[in-house]
Design a protein around this ligand. Structure first.
Ligand code: AMP
Length: 468
C-alpha cells in the first residue's frame, strides 16, 4: 500500500500465507498467480525454515518473477506472499511486500491489503521518536508500531499495533513459528481461511485455494485474528466490535468472479444478479446485449436473462495486456482502451445494442467503446452500468482517482450520456445494488457511491486526504 496523499492513487493488493507444507513457497507462488488481478506492479514471497527467513521480490508479474531457481531459494514449510498494485508513483522494489524486519521478538514479515487513513500521522509521530522508514508504504507503519509496542509477547504487540491503525487492513504476518492473519474490524477487504490436508492457508480470495487443490474453509471474520501454528488454528477477536463495512466494489469489479469472498457464493452469481436487477430498473428496446469484457460479462448475461434480449460478444478483448488502470499516464491509458478491445462488426451491424459495463470511473473507456461500436455499424448504443455512479474516492484500498477526475462526481447522468455519446445511459440504483448483493445490505461499505465513509475522518486526516 502506498501512503495516501492528495492526487495519488491508492493500491489494491493480494495477500497469501501457508503454514505447514514442504512446498510452502511453491504453493504461495501459485496462490499469487491466481491472485494476479489484485496487483501487477510487483510481488514478493518470504519463507521460513524455522531458523531463517528467505525473501524474493521483483517488479512485474508473478509468472516472470518466480522462476524455478528463485523458488529454490525459498525453503521452509511456511511462507507468505504479496502482489502489489500499480500506483501513480513510488513504483520501486522497496515498496514491494512482504516487508521484513528482525527485532526483539525475532523475525517478522508483513503483507498488507488495504489502506490506512492515519498512516501519515502515525509515521510523523514515529519518525519524531527516531524511527527510520525503509519504504513509502503505509504498511510499514504497522511494523514500527509492533517494534515500539510495550507488549510482552509478539501477539500482544501485533494486537497493540493493529489497534492503533485506522482504515482497512487484511494482513498476513510471518513470525519464526507461525503465520498470523488479521482483518480490520470493518472487514473492508476480503480474507479467507483454507486447508490443504494438514496445512492451513490464508488468501485474499478463494480462487487461490482452488488452483492448489485446497479447501476454502471460511471467511476470516471482520476484526478476527487467526494464528496458524503447530497447534492448528487459533482465533481471537481482539478489537472493539463494530458494524461490518465490506467493500461492495469487490462484488462489482475487483474480485475474480470464480472467488467466494465475504463467506458467500461465487462473485459471478452476484454480478449476474446485478445485471438482472439492472434490466428490471432500466429496460430498453434493443436487438442484442453485449458486455464490456471481461468485468462486464456476468452482469451482461444477467441483463440478457432479465430482459430476454439475446446475448452476444460484440467486443473482443486481447487478454495479453493488463487492465486499463495499470498505466499511470493518461495518454497511455487512452491507447490502452484501443489495444484492449476490438469490435466485431458482423455482430453489431445495423443493431440496437445494449452494452453493459460494471462501472464508469472517468468515462473515457465508455466514450471510446460507444464510438467503437458505432464505427462497427451499431445503429443505437444503450449503455447500462451495473453499479451506481462513482462519486467519491475510496480511502480503503480500491484504486480510484481523485474526486474531480470521477465523472460521476461533477456530471449528471444526462451529461455523462452526452459525453460518452450514447443514445441512452442508465446506472443501477444503490438500493438495487445492495439488495442484489448477498448478506445484509447495511454491512457493505458503499462510500464510493454515497460519500458516506464508515470511519469518520479527523480534521487532520481530511486535510491530509485532500477532502477540504
Ligand atoms: P473509465 O474509463 O475511467 O471510466 O474506466 C472504466 C472502466 O474501468 C470500467 O470498464 C471498469 O471495469 C474499470 N474499472 C473500474 N474500477 C476500476 C479500478 N479500481 N481499477 C481498474 N479498473 C477499474
Amino acid at each position: 500500500m502506498h501512503l495516501i496523499t492528495p492526487d495519488k492513487f491508492h493500491d489494491e493488493c493480494a495477500v497469501f500465507g501457508i503454514y505447514g507444507h514442504k512446498e510452502a513457497a511453491n504453493l504461495t507462488y501459485l496462490g499469487l498467480y491466481a491472485l494476479q488481478h489484485r496487483g501487477q506492479e510487483g510481488s514478493g514471497i518470504v519463507s521460513s525454515d524455522g531458523e531463517h527467513f528467505h525473501q524474493e521480490k521483483g517488479m512485474g508479474l508473478v509468472a516472470d518473477i518466480y522462476t524455478k531457481s528463485v523458488l529454490k531459494r525459498l525453503p521452509g514449510p511456511r511462507a507468505i506472499g504479496h502482489n502489489r498494485y500499480s500506483t501513480a508513483g513510488g513504483n520501486n522494489l522497496k515498496n514491494v511486500q512482504p516487508l521484513t524486519v528482525n527485532f526483539a521478538f525475532g523475525n517478522l514479515a508483513l503483507a498488507h491489503n488495504g489502506n490506512l487513513i492515519n498512516a501519515q500521522m502515525l509515521r510523523n509521530e514515529l519518525e519524531a521518536y527516531g524511527a527510520i522508514f525503509q519504504s513509502s508504504t503505509d504498511s510499514e507503519v504497522m511494523i514500527h508500531l509492533m517494534a515500539h509496542s510495550r507488549g510482552d509477547t509478539l501477539l500482544s504487540r501485533i494486537i497493540d499495533a493493529l489497534s492503533q491503525v485506522r482504515g482497512s487492513f487484511s494482513v498476513v504476518l510471518l513470525t519464526d513459528d507461525a503465520v498470523i492473519a488479521c482483518r480490520d474490524p470493518h472487514g473492508f477487504r476480503p480474507l479467507c481461511l483454507g486447508r490443504l490436508k494438514d496445512s492451513w492457508l490464508v488468501a485474499s480470495e478463494t480462487c487461490a485455494f482452488d488452483l492448489i487443490g485446497a479447501e476454502a474453509v471460511r471467511e476470516i471474520e471482520p476484526g478476527e485474528l487467526v494464528v496458524l501454528n503447530q497447534d492448528g488454528v487459533k482465533s481471537y477477536m481482539p478489537f472493539t466490535k463494530t458494524e461490518p463495512a465490506k467493500c461492495v466494489f469487490e462484488y462489482i469489479y475487483f474480485a475474480r468472479p470464480d472467488s467466494k469472498i465475504f463467506g458467500d457464493k461465487a462473485v459471478y452469481l452476484t454480478r449476474k444478479a446485478l445485471g438482472r436487477q439492472l434490466a428490471k430498473e432500466a429496460p430498453v428496446k434493443a436487438d442484442i446485449v453485449i458486455p464490456v469484457p471481461d468485468s462486464g460479462v456476468p452482469a451482461a448475461l444477467g441483463f440478457a436473462e432479465g430482459s430476454g434480449i439475446p446475448f452476444e460478444n460484440g467486443l473482443i478483448r486481447n487478454h495479453y495486456i493488463g487492465r486499463t488502470f495499470i498505466e499511470p499516464e493518461q495518454a497511455i491509458r487512452h491507447f490502452g482502451v484501443k489495444i484492449k478491445l476490438n469490435a466485431v462488426s458482423e455482430v453489431l451491424e445495423g443493431k440496437r445494442v445494449v452494452v453493459v459495463d460494471d462501472s464508469i470511473v472517468r468515462g473515457t473507456t465508455s466514450r471510446k467503446i460507444v464510438k467503437m461500436l458505432r464505427h462497427a455499424g451499431a445503429r443505437e448504443v444503450h449503455m447500462r452500468i451495473s453499479s451506481p455512479p462513482i462519486v467519491s474516492p475510496c480511502f480503503y484500498g480500491i484504486d480510484t482517482p481523485t474526486k474531480k477526475e470521477l465523472i460521476g462526481s461533477s456530471h449528471t447522468i444526462q451529461e455523462i450520456r452526452k459525453y460518452i455519446t450514447a443514445d441512452s445511459l442508465a446506472y443501477l440504483s444503490l438500493e438495487g445494488m445492495l439488495n442484489a448483493s448477498p448478506g445484509i445490505p447495511g454491512h457493505y461499505c458503499n462510500a464510493c457511491f454515497t460519500e458516506k465513509y464508515p470511519i469518520p475522518f479527523t480534521k487532520a486526516e481530511e486535510m491530509q486526504l485532500g477532502l477540504f
